[in-house]
Design a protein around this ligand. Structure first.
Ligand SMILES: [Zn+2]
Length: 113
């Protein structure tokens, strides 16, 4: 078998494993047994769960994994910059959308931070 992906955590590994299975690709998650030892050893790429597939499936699995990873990156960006962020007016307490610098209700200036 061949290593095709190193996961951030167990959930990440099993989520991708499920995606590969739906595409008919048999995969195994390696490194799970190390989880209990994380308290005594540093978390490195060797101690993170990794996904392995048969050599014959590597070419088929790689575009699926690439697509999965690009989706993960988009999700991570969405968390950093939520599209509808708001700030709370210091004067009247109204929720105001991020793109406005003054409160639409009372006209108070947005507080720093
Ligand atoms: Zn206000």
């Amino acid at each position: 078998m061949q290593h095709v992906y190193t996961a951030r955590d167990q959930m990440d590994a099993h989520f991708l494993k499920g995606i590969l299975e739906r595409e008919g690709i048999v995969s195994v998650v390696q490194g799970e047994m190390l989880e209990g030892a994380w308290g005594t050893m540093p978390v490195s790429s060797e101690s993170l769960p990794s996904i392995w597939v048969n050599e014959a499936d590597v070419g088929k699995a790689q575009p699926i994994i690439a697509e999965y990873q690009s989706r993960e990156v988009r999700n991570a960006k969405g968390v950093e910059a939520p599209p509808r962020a708001t700030w709370k007016c210091p004067k009247c307490g109204e929720e105001v959308e991020e793109q406005f610098d003054t409160c639409w209700k009372c006209g108070a200036e947005r507080a720093e931070g």
